[in-house]
Design a protein around this ligand. Structure first.
Ligand SMILES: [Mg+2]
Length: 397
């Protein structure tokens, strides 16, 4: 089998990759909905991929892998990798998890990071109400994640931290600085209110930054130990920060029993090496749509497991094809897997243009792993065509 074309169209907000082969099989991959601007970045890999056998996924990836980078620039490579696995699975007549070593579990656990409401404010009572709303969702999530501190508008409160707040129109500005005692107490009050609402029925993870200084991070992680949080995410680096700082994370991790988590921005297994070998975090959270793909994520999970580190993949903006990829790879991860971050279709018409998703998708916080070939969720061209821009009219041809 040979690749004869690589196409990319922005459908809704997500760049969608299509690998076209000489045997009539196509594979699809998806880039996060926050990155529609990556379409030309995907298409520059068309030339080097032409002629490759897509069922030799690893050999094909060697043509392009070194041209990616930390978030957002690993996303194009990652979506192509997923599309290759989709082709390989369809060609073999097998679900992708079989090609990754087979199923370790029949149902995969998800945590809620996507089904949120815009809060009227980040006061403790509003955050507690949001927890109650999340608990009542029909998906029955057993773990939820909430943004706080530097990962939320909370940081804009006057006197929250000793630093300059970014003008809101500027993208890419990293708010960062020492926290005031008032800011610290306010954040702790919010955590206490959320935990009171959730009780011990639903686990709480907090997305915290990046932006914290190490002494504040240590003080906070110790102060919330009594709440038994699932993890504190991205306190020091993370999200769009293009480096890791494993040695500083190590200082934080050894100072507290609260599990410390990072990794959504990191590209490739090599860049998890320090975090894992130095036991710098208790949980890693690569995103298959940024880290270099699903096999990349599996290698990291296996290596983390050897070192006693847990795995909770990121995924909030990955769309329904990204959801399918997460289900396939998480079915095959070792026992250190906690849950992956559930992505929603956005806009909602995404659910109308694909086949293969169960209904309902999530029950009791879990998704039944499906057995259709490839990723098992397919775009139906007849239903999707109306959402194509003029320049992408030939995407399915
Ligand atoms: Mg995060």
């Amino acid at each position: 089998m040979k690749i004869i074309d690589v196409k990319c169209a922005v459908i809704g907000k997500n760049p969608i990759v299509r690998i076209v082969t000489d045997q009539g099989i196509s594979g699809f991959g998806e880039v996060e909905q926050y990155k529609p601007y990556l379409k030309p970045f995907v298409l520059q890999f068309r030339e080097p991929l032409l002629g490759a056998d897509p069922t030799d996924v690893e050999r094909t990836m060697l043509r392009i892998r070194q041209r990616g980078a930390f978030k957002p620039y690993g996303a194009a490579i990652s979506a192509i990798e997923m599309a290759l696995w989709d082709v390989a699975g369809k060609a073999a007549g097998l679900p992708v998890y079989k090609l990754l070593g087979g199923k370790v579990r029949d149902r995969v656990r998800v945590y809620n990071g996507a089904l949120r409401t815009k809060l009227p404010s980040y006061r403790p009572e509003d955050m507690a109400a949001e927890m109650k709303r999340m608990m009542a969702l029909p998906e029955g999530f057993t773990i939820v994640k909430q943004g706080i501190s530097f990962h939320s508008p909370m940081k804009n409160e006057p006197g929250y931290f000793y630093g300059e707040v970014a003008p809101s129109a500027l993208h890419g500005w990293l708010d960062r600085g020492p926290m005031t005692e008032r800011g610290m107490n306010y954040t702790l009050d919010c955590v206490a209110a959320m935990k009171e609402a959730l009780g011990d029925k639903v686990g709480l993870a907090l997305d915290c930054g990046p932006g914290w200084m190490l002494p504040d991070a240590i003080r906070f992680a110790r102060a919330v130990e009594k709440h038994n949080l699932m993890w504190l995410e991205d306190m020091l680096t993370g999200d769009y920060v293009p480096f890791v700082n494993a040695d500083v994370y190590r200082d934080l991790t050894v100072s507290t029993t609260t599990p410390i988590h990072t990794g959504e921005q990191i590209y490739l297994r090599q860049n998890f090496k320090d975090l894992i070998e130095r036991q710098a975090v208790r949980v890693v959270g690569p995103d298959p749509c940024d880290v270099g793909g699903i096999a990349e994520l599996k290698w990291i999970a296996e290596y983390a497991d050897l070192h006693g580190i847990l795995m909770a993949p990121h995924g909030t903006g990955n769309g329904v094809l990204g959801l399918a990829a997460l289900v396939q790879v998480c079915a095959a991860l070792p026992h250190n897997f906690i849950a992956f971050e559930y992505p929603a279709g956005d806009p909602l018409w995404w659910y109308d243009i694909v086949d293969g998703l169960p209904n309902p998708i999530v029950r009791d916080g879990l998704i039944d792993v499906w057995d259709r070939p490839g990723m098992g969720v397919d775009i139906v061209p007849e239903r999707a065509k109306r959402y194509l821009a003029d320049e992408d009219k030939n995407f399915f041809d």
